[in-house]
Write a protein that binds this ligand. Structure first.
Ligand SMILES: [Zn+2]
Length: 318
């Protein structure tokens, strides 16, 4: 049987910079933000892909009708939170909150969401992929069934976003340790990254991912590497997860970011066919269905195994 490659395109829908901070991510104003979100759905739709939108609560309040309409036409909605933007008492991203602060903020944001959409949010992505070891537990307790929280390889300590060594493929989350598979009925869909290089810049580390905003890389070559790496890992739920923000005009075919998006989506289609995978447009909801259909992985802990042996040359000195 042919393996499905789930292709999930996601967009963080941000508070306009006119309402937050000049240097923050986001569209200049609500009108552009809404238009650019719709334009992204049109580009994705031309490849048969639904969009998963992570919407900041203030945007849901202001433009709930637009996002409700998008959901009704087959797109998926989740909650997006930058802790400092939602509540300016906090000077940190979401992973900088302690457990009770995180619970309180999620509960408050969920109340707003219910007022707008009539239902609780089921999916979540924190701003800057910022999370700590309590985050999955809290989300699961509050009734969320999935999210896209991790960006494997990212080390941004100042943003409480450290994912070096995190699982690369969709998995059930762990209640106490964010870096491993676990038993929760909560699925995490990592952002897809190219593990062939780890970039170090200004005290931070990261792998490149598929966001079209990068203008200094060969997007086609990166797609081929990422799909090749997925085939090699042979995960239970093979999935490409691409991320962007609603701060670009995706209807402008002349913009480098729109061109990168088109090139990337074409390259994913081509690479899937070259590797003999069947390409399938999915949302985060579909990924949760696929992950949660399997029981939790068995615990393979081996107390005697895994001792690290150093070569003479690698032996730490001093
Ligand atoms: Zn964001």
């Amino acid at each position: 049987m042919q393996t499905n490659l789930h292709v999930v395109v996601t967009m963080d829908v941000e508070v306009p910079t006119s309402q937050s901070h000049d240097s923050a991510s986001g569209p200049p104003n609500a009108e552009s933000g809404g238009r650019w979100s719709k334009a992204f759905a049109e580009v994705a739709g031309s490849f048969g892909l639904p969009v998963t939108y992570f919407v900041h609560p203030e945007v849901a309040v202001e433009q709930g009708g637009l996002y409700k309409q998008l959901e009704e036409s087959g797109h998926c909605l989740g909650l997006h939170l930058h802790a400092w933007r939602f509540d300016n008492r906090y000077r940190c991203e979401f992973g900088g909150l302690n457990e009770s602060q995180a619970r309180q903020m999620l509960a408050q944001a969920s109340d707003i969401w219910r007022t707008v959409f009539g239902v609780s949010p089921l999916y979540f992505r924190p701003g800057t992929m910022s999370a700590n070891d309590a985050t999955f537990r809290v989300l699961s307790d509050l009734g969320f069934r999935g999210g896209s929280l991790s960006l494997p390889g990212r080390v941004f300590p100042d943003k409480h976003a450290i994912w070096m060594g995190a699982p690369l493929d969709p998995h059930r989350a762990h209640p106490d340790f964010r870096m491993v598979d676990g038993p929760l009925d909560f699925a995490n869909m990592p952002v897809s990254v190219d593990t062939s290089a780890l970039i170090a810049k200004g005290g931070r580390h990261f792998h490149y991912d598929l966001r079209p905003d990068f203008t200094d890389i060969d997007h086609v070559a990166m797609v081929r590497r990422i799909v090749g790496q997925i085939v090699e890992r042979n995960p239970r739920v093979p999935c490409i997860n691409l991320l962007t923000h609603n701060d670009h005009d995706f209807s402008n075919q002349a913009s480098a970011v729109t061109r990168n998006l088109l090139v990337t989506l074409k390259a994913i289609e081509r690479a899937a066919s070259e590797y003999g995978l069947s390409y399938q447009g999915s949302t985060l909801a579909d990924i949760c269905d696929a992950v949660l259909a399997h029981p939790p992985q068995e615990n393979t802990f081996d107390p005697s195994g895994g001792r690290v042996l150093f070569n003479e040359d690698d032996r730490p000195r001093g």
